[in-house]
Design a protein around this ligand. Structure first.
Ligand code: FE
Ligand code: CA
Length: 503
């Protein structure tokens, strides 16, 4: 039987499954791994994204959740449709499952099966006793290093990973980097999708997702460097549209609820997660609703180091980093019962002056962080005290350095009490300040217990009713995917005594 070229094309058009099936066996469909996120003590979000050429516009994806790694005891299963207009991402939400236990999950589609992920639910609200093992991580710039930190973090098998921002970087890569960003400066939905796909292709990142549930936050680089609200400086063309594309791509690639799919440039991501009777985790967003940075330098984005004496706008009391609605939401939800309030947010909260704070200068500060919004910092900390927050510990990233600090509502007042403890974790791979620079930070700012910017890593925590202990982890060499890691410092917070102590 002879077919003309036209007949062959017609046959292919009428039966695209024929072409697809021919490819299905050799094209990896789960090349970006799997991920999970907490939802409620009895519910989780399971994530994946199908990959490869020739995917139909809509693909049915099956998922399974089991109590054991061998999937002998499956407790929930279901089916989702992965659609091209959502990058073929899947957000499955098993519910009515047991609180406070580990599960394993996997997906299958087009004759292939995904890797298996390990995840867990939070204990139910009243459950006392036990400990929570968690880690904070941030800032994984692809072209600055390999992600050995994720290998070590996965090996710790924490109950929860708090990712505090800069999951991707939007930049093009300069010449002579360790590994290159594909494509140029990211501005469009397809550009963000491709950047997430490149980052998520890394096996060490996939291992960290497969090891534990992640509570995912963003910072600036998921959209654009140092943006503020809907403002990205005078050179940004239609920044609302860009932010909508960036937030949409973030939703497509994170283990967050299906219902969060944004319809425009707004996506509220702030939420609370209660861990039994032990801790309340407050996760907030310091980008989406902030006021513009004070005293920007012309021609730059939002950020600058500014002389406080020359920048009265810095101290304007109404300026907000969270936006009024989120400030009120946070102030209204401090936990008076559980021993710990853990505040997951983006950046260093403690004051960090770049020069001695004396005489008329009152210091030099980076205006993109909390130092650019000192009245908002004071409101937050005073609000925590007024709201009866027990043992507030603030967790941050963004600055590519480890900092451990006492938090005081008013750093100008020597009698201002220590009301909370801060652990700001270094980057997974993004370059940081030199050891000399962070040592100078520590000398100039006596409320800093520790400062170290020359090493990449993360912070691992263990918390029970009496004590929170922290291990500040430092990679030997972020250029080496097999780099060993060591403990740079250990600190602890005793319940009832605000402020970190060595040990
Ligand atoms: Fe960063
Ligand atoms: Ca950042």
């Amino acid at each position: 039987m002879e077919f003309s070229r036209r007949q062959l094309l017609q046959a292919a058009a009428a039966a695209p499954w024929f072409v697809r099936d021919a490819r299905a066996a050799d094209v990896p469909r789960f090349a970006l791994g799997v991920a999970s996120g907490p939802l409620r003590p009895d519910a989780l979000v399971l994530w994946t994204r199908l990959t490869g050429d020739g995917l139909p516009a809509a693909v049915s994806v099956q998922w399974e959740l089991a109590r054991d790694e061998a999937f002998g005891e499956i407790v929930a299963r279901g089916e989702e449709t992965a659609r091209v207009e959502e990058s073929h991402s899947v957000h499955a939400e098993p519910a009515a499952i047991d609180p406070g236990r580990w599960y394993w999950y996997r997906f299958s589609a087009l004759g292939q099966r995904s890797a298996t992920g390990r995840t867990r639910t939070a204990p139910s609200a009243g459950q006392r006793g036990g400990a929570l093992k968690f880690a904070i991580a941030s800032c994984q710039r692809w072209d600055h290093g390999h992600w050995a930190a994720w290998r070590h973090l996965a090996g710790e098998a924490p109950d929860l990973v708090l990712f505090l921002g800069d999951y991707i970087y939007e930049y093009p890569s300069p010449p002579n980097v360790l590994r290159r960003h594909e494509g140029g400066l990211v501005l469009t939905l397809d550009g963000y999708r491709e950047r997430y796909a490149q980052y998520k292709s890394d096996p060490l990142l996939q291992a960290a997702h497969a090891a534990a549930p992640w509570l995912s936050l963003w910072d600036d680089h998921e959209v654009a460097n140092d943006y503020a609200g809907l403002d990205n400086g005078p050179l940004a063309l239609n920044f609302a549209r860009q932010r909508a594309a960036a937030y949409r791509a973030w939703w497509e690639h994170m283990p967050v609820p299906k219902s969060w799919k944004p319809a425009g440039p707004d996506l509220p991501i702030q939420r609370r997660l209660d861990w039994g009777a032990l801790a309340r985790i407050h996760a907030i967003d310091t980008r989406q609703w902030r006021d513009p940075q004070a005293c920007r330098s012309f021609g730059r984005g939002g950020s600058a180091v500014v002389e406080r004496a020359a920048c009265p706008a810095l101290d304007e009391p109404q300026r907000s980093l969270l936006g009024t609605a989120q400030e009120q939401w946070l102030a209204g939800g401090w936990d008076r019962e559980r021993p710990w309030n853990l505040l997951a947010q983006q950046t260093l909260m403690a004051r960090l002056s770049r020069e001695p704070v004396d005489g008329p200068t009152r210091g030099r500060y980076w205006n993109d962080g909390w130092d650019g919004y000192p009245a908002a910092r004071q409101r937050l900390l005073q609000g925590a005290v007024a709201g009866g927050a027990r043992n507030l510990v603030v967790l941050g990233g963004d600055v590519h350095a480890h900092y451990v600090a006492d938090l005081k509502p008013d750093y100008d007042d020597p009698r201002s009490p220590v009301v909370a403890s801060e652990f700001c974790g270094t980057s997974i791979s993004s370059r940081g300040p030199s050891a000399a620079a962070t040592e100078r930070d520590r000398r100039l700012n006596p409320h800093l217990h520790f400062a170290r910017g020359d090493a990449r890593g993360y912070i691992a925590f263990e918390v029970d009713e009496r004590r929170l202990s922290a291990r500040l982890m430092a990679l030997a060499d972020a250029a080496d995917p097999a780099s060993p890691i060591s403990v740079a410092a250990r600190f602890a917070v005793e319940a009832g005594r605000p402020g970190p102590q060595p040990g």
